[in-house]
Design a protein around this ligand. Structure first.
Ligand SMILES: [Zn+2]
Ligand SMILES: [Zn+2]
Length: 253
């Protein structure tokens, strides 16, 4: 009888491709080789992340050869490389294409994003189970990547952050709680049932945080469910002020 097949290694995620493209562009014009320390470092980082997520994978999971191969695939999209009449190994997949399109001409932005991802991995940041939202706010994925969206959502959802933020807000607004964008007050509309009902939103995209900056209660804003959704659907995320400025109906507050 044939031995049971080992589970296939997971496909590269957007976050991983972001980290790989950052390594690729940071090394340019040098071409990373299989023996380059950068390749070994990236492989170790990605394997560490899988261990954190409890994913065993095969021995080949993001090993040096696999990471090197991915870098070669990324090269297939590099305009400089193609301009020399070269062809990449393969046509490359769509996710690679998308990450290239978004960041290829914005290496500083890519680097900041990658830096943030690395910091969260190093901090072994635990993220909640927000899979549903990650799908719902799919538009945000391309701008923030999966891990950052999850960290964002986990921070916003944290009960203690929420309670502290609401208390601060109430103290400044005669005990009321309402959407900072449209003014919607759940209690005014739904009565007692809506008391204290509101969502929190971290207004600074995590990829824009400076390296030393941390997620902060100061950057939490209170939003109704509709406004929160609208902000996350746009790409890149809208500021509350931009969303408010474009509203057709007057604020209800
Ligand atoms: Zn609102
Ligand atoms: Zn949010």
């Amino acid at each position: 009888m044939a031995p049971p097949k080992e589970p296939r290694n997971p496909d590269w995620s957007e976050d991983e491709i972001i980290l790989a493209l950052d390594a690729y562009l940071s090394a340019k014009p040098k071409d990373l080789q299989k023996a380059s320390p950068e390749v070994a470092e990236l492989s170790a980082l990605l394997r560490q992340r899988f261990r954190q997520m409890g994913i065993q994978g095969q021995d080949t999971l993001r090993n040096i050869a696999g990471v090197y191969m991915k870098l070669q695939n990324l090269k297939a999209h590099d305009p400089d490389y193609l301009a020399r009449g070269k062809r990449g190994l393969a046509a490359g997949n769509r996710l690679e294409q998308r990450v290239w399109e978004q960041f290829g001409t914005h290496p500083a932005e890519l680097h900041a994003h990658s830096h943030q991802l690395r910091a969260f991995i190093a901090a072994k940041v635990q993220v909640g189970d927000v899979e549903d939202d990650v799908q719902v706010i799919d538009g945000a994925l391309a701008s923030e990547g999966r891990l950052l969206v999850r960290v964002h959502k986990t921070y916003e959802r944290s009960k203690s952050n929420r309670n502290r933020k609401i208390q601060q807000f109430q103290a400044q607004h005669e005990g009321r709680v309402f959407c900072e964008c449209c003014g919607f007050d759940f209690e005014r509309t739904y009565g007692e049932r809506g008391h204290g009902f509101i969502e929190c939103h971290h207004a600074v995209p995590l990829s824009r945080l400076a390296p030393t900056q941390k997620l902060s209660l100061r950057d939490l804003r209170l939003l109704c469910a509709n406004c929160h959704r609208m902000i996350h659907i746009a790409q890149p995320w809208l500021s509350i002020e931009t969303l408010a400025a474009g509203m057709k109906l007057p604020r209800s507050r």
